[in-house]
Ligand binder design. Structure first.
Ligand SMILES: Nc1ncnc2c1ncn2[C@@H]1O[C@H](COP(=O)(O)OP(=O)(O)OP(=O)(O)O)[C@@H](O)[C@H]1O
Ligand SMILES: [Mg+2]
Length: 537
């Protein structure tokens, strides 16, 4: 039957705040009846009329109150609806003006109607503000779904969902859509699993330890202490002041040799020599009156020497990094100038695990501080996309690296003022800092089957979208509930499909092909051992 006219699927029986319940209609006409049953689906948009407006909402629950088997016409089927917005007649031709929120409520007994494709197209129409298309509406795949760029990127967003639901693909679709419109972007993507190079071929500056220089003098004291001092708290308490005094002395010595010395603290990112740091520690150690006190001094010296000799850490601790290259490093990471590569992919899988937290911390801090100190009248908006965000910004304060969490929290809280925004991606929403997640004004929630994750997400959602969450466990890959500032109204999105050669590299290994024959031989094991020893993936 035609869907061009709205079909009545029920009547309003209760209204409480933004929640409306309705009883489902029983149609005499079998076609209509079947259509109404099909239309009353979780996530479907329905409308109700008032004398002056059209109110619309999304079905968030369906129940049969007095079920019988087989079903009888006496069963009362209840529809729960979350109200989303309303539309007023704009002109005689039937044009409508849509807005979020409801000012005139439907009355008890008002008919609940299906939404025609035309009305759906009007509700989710292309916004007049700058926007991108990222997919189609899940309930009507002929309707494009748009995101508002300034609201999306100006105010942080997050993509949440179980493993394998399509988060990495979604972020690729999103960033590609943005870069198609705005080729001169400044996006930094933290890529812990080396997935994204393939997805942004030719558009990305790919940074890995082999081609990165992140001189130790960019580290603040907390990060330096994390890399050098013992992790056992009591030893660290003794070692940290030794390191701090030596760094200050080495910085002073370096400044004394400069034409225009600058005032500094132990955290100021200015070059200094690690050899001088060692020298100062040795000199201090020589002044000790009891030799048994020398242990912590020796530990710090030996740790610095160890880091300087270890080729895996050369990108941070090489003594060749004394030159002041801060401008060049920032220019490369932040893509200023863009030079045709608007995105920096930071591949972290090759970064030794002992130091990966420090690298991420420095990076997040550099991005925020660059924006903070940038000229106010000529700022460059920056977007930091953080995969596996629960690792860097965990909810549990005892996990992760405190300075990294602080840097991300700082961007989440204050970044907007300085033009830095966050895109967080995680498969464990309940493990990510709630404070940080609650700053994300647009959420894309993909399938989440864990109840704890679902409960956690409910907390950060606007009240009227809570019903939509019941659809969460049933979402398919590529589908998401989108809520918040970046979308004109909550919607179920099906993200555009990406061709297999442009998808982020997925880690899924197939037994059916991998165990098909006795393919790899001893040379495969030998080459693995070699790479393992060289720590070179
Ligand atoms: N938009 C899409 N276009 C094409 N394929 C997709 C899309 N979304 C998901 N897929 C399919 O689903 C698979 C998993 O997607 P993806 O790697 O994005 O999931 P994920 O949520 O990032 O998983 P993980 O949590 O393990 O990182 C992809 O390899 C692809 O086959
Ligand atoms: Mg992924």
């Amino acid at each position: 039957m035609s869907q061009q006219k709205p079909v009545e699927i029920g009547r309003v029986i209760s209204i409480a705040g933004s929640k409306v319940s309705g009883i489902m209609a029983t149609h005499n006409d079998a076609n209509e009846s079947e259509y109404a049953l099909r239309a009353a689906q979780m996530g479907a948009v329905v409308t109700m009329t008032t004398p002056r407006s059209l109110v619309f909402g999304i079905i968030g629950g369906l129940t049969t109150q007095n079920p019988t088997y087989p079903s009888s016409p006496d069963e009362s089927r209840i529809i729960e609806i979350d109200l989303m917005g309303e539309a007023f007649k704009k002109d005689e031709n039937g044009g409508l003006i849509f807005q979020r929120g409801v000012s005139i409520y439907p009355g008890l007994g008002s008919p609940i109607l299906t939404t025609t494709p035309e009305a759906l197209g009007q509700i989710y129409s292309q916004p007049s503000a700058p926007n991108i298309k990222v997919g189609v509406l899940q309930q009507d795949r002929s309707q494009p779904s748009y995101l508002q760029v300034d609201e999306l990127i100006g105010q942080h967003f997050a993509i949440l969902g179980n493993s394998g639901t399509g988060k990495s693909c979604a972020i690729t679709v999103l960033l590609q859509a943005i870069l198609n419109e705005y080729a001169n972007g400044h996006i930094v993507l933290l890529d812990p699993h080396d997935e994204y190079e393939k997805a942004f071929k030719g558009q990305a500056e790919v940074i890995a330890p082999e081609n990165l220089q992140m001189p130790y003098w960019l580290l603040n004291f907390e990060e330096m202490a994390e890399a050098i001092c013992s992790h056992e708290p009591r030893s660290r308490e003794i070692e940290a002041p030794i390191l701090k005094d030596a760094i200050l002395a080495a910085k002073q010595e370096h400044q004394d040799g400069q034409e225009n010395p600058v005032p500094f603290t132990v955290d100021t990112p200015i070059p200094y020599s690690l050899a001088k740091v060692r020298e100062h520690i040795r000199a201090e150690m020589g002044r000790l009156n009891r030799p048994e006190k020398a242990q912590p001094y020796l530990r710090v010296i030996s740790k610095i020497e160890g880091l300087q000799k270890d080729s895996r850490f050369a990108f941070i601790f090489s003594s060749m990094l004394l030159k002041d290259s801060m401008g060049a490093i920032l220019s490369r990471i932040l893509r200023i100038p863009v030079e045709g590569k608007p995105i920096t992919i930071f591949t972290l899988s090759g970064v030794p695990s002992e130091i990966v937290d420090v690298v991420v911390s420095v990076l997040c801090r550099l991005i925020f501080d660059f924006a903070l100190w940038g000229a106010k009248d000529n700022s460059v908006p920056l977007l930091l996309v953080c995969e596996e965000a629960h690792r860097y910004a965990p909810r549990d304060k005892d996990l992760g690296f405190a300075p990294t969490r602080r840097s991300i929290a700082r961007i989440a809280k204050e970044g907007r003022k300085y033009g830095v925004s966050l895109g967080l991606v995680t498969q464990r929403p309940s493990e990510i800092s709630e404070v940080i997640l609650s700053q994300c004004n647009t959420l894309f929630i993909m399938r989440l089957s864990n109840e704890r994750d679902q409960r956690f997400v409910t907390h950060v959602l606007p009240e009227n979208a809570a019903g939509l969450l019941r659809a969460l466990p049933a979402l398919r890959a590529q589908e998401a509930i989108a809520v918040g500032e970046g979308v004109s109204l909550p919607m179920l999105i099906c993200f555009d499909a990406i061709d297999s050669d442009k998808r982020p590299h997925s880690d899924t290994h197939r037994v059916s092909t991998g165990w098909d024959g006795d393919q790899p031989g001893l040379d495969f094991v030998d080459s693995t051992v070699e790479r393992w020893r060289k720590q070179d993936r």
